[in-house]
Design a protein around this ligand. Sequence first.
Ligand code: PMV
Length: 330
Amino acid sequence: MTNITDSATARAHSNIAFVKYWGNRDQSLRLPANASVSMNLADLHTTTTVAWNNELRADRLTINGAVANETARTRVARHLDVLRARLDTDRFARVNSRNNFPMGTGIASSASAFAALTTAACAALNAAISKRELSILSRLGSGSAARSIPSGFVEWRDGESHETSYAESFAPADHWKLVDLIAIVSREHKRIGSSAGHETAASSIFQPARVATAAERISSVKSAILRRDFESFAETVEADSNLMHAVMMTSKPPLFYWAPLSLTIMEGVRRWRQDENLMVCYTLDAGPNVHCICADGDADAVAARLRDLCGEIEILRSDAGGGAYVLPTD
Ligand code: PMV
């Protein structure tokens, strides 16, 4: 058999949600309980090469240079099954993926991972797939990956169906100079990842209230971003993160992602905003790390205060970033 390989490399950025996605209406299609809004993170990305090869007998996966465990390989192989059907190929693929940020710490590595994987897999076969469809396909790998396809500030519509649940940009990355300072409270792998977490959301009595009011927060956060109104932005972003964690903590089983240090930082952030007029607010995903979203002029002052408060804490810093793209071949 002649060896036929078609490959491409793509990069996608992680994103941080300002109005969170938590819980699915349809688990297998990852149709979200509510729409969400996020910002792509320029400095946190995944770069993935997909090589479709007719001689492989199974999909292969390396992450950061090491052969991935079976759980990760199976999840990627399932997503490749979806892409094989869409791209009309029966070839398996060799997938090499690299993150420039730590995995499993509540920083969404699955978002950038599935957006990069989908983009590279389609580009390798020169398939003419629209950004909208790339977002839809990425969503099937990890919900938040839908938001890593378009650039800058993004809304993922809940949609009525598989075809109508995708993300679109509503402002470019340079519209508002926001910086995400991620205070790394712990690098440990989270015990319950977000995929399992989504399944517990409906067991909280607070989830219906969170979902019913999400549209208000979507419109308020989008309008604050478009007007560059930090005060209004901060209020909604913190309220939305608190609401999601209230749902998590009251689910069966309860999920507590905050660590004592997370709470110390959240209190610090509110104090710095209220008493010192620093433009900063917090938001946390399914992990203990605190995303401190700041106006770029205040980012150095916020980083200094984080160090005063926590001592030797690791801080990742990112500006707003663009969408997923295919890298030129050398
Ligand atoms: O895409 P997932 O299944 O990893 O879910 C992401 C969930 C949160 O990060 C907690 C919220 C969000 O909207 O990103």
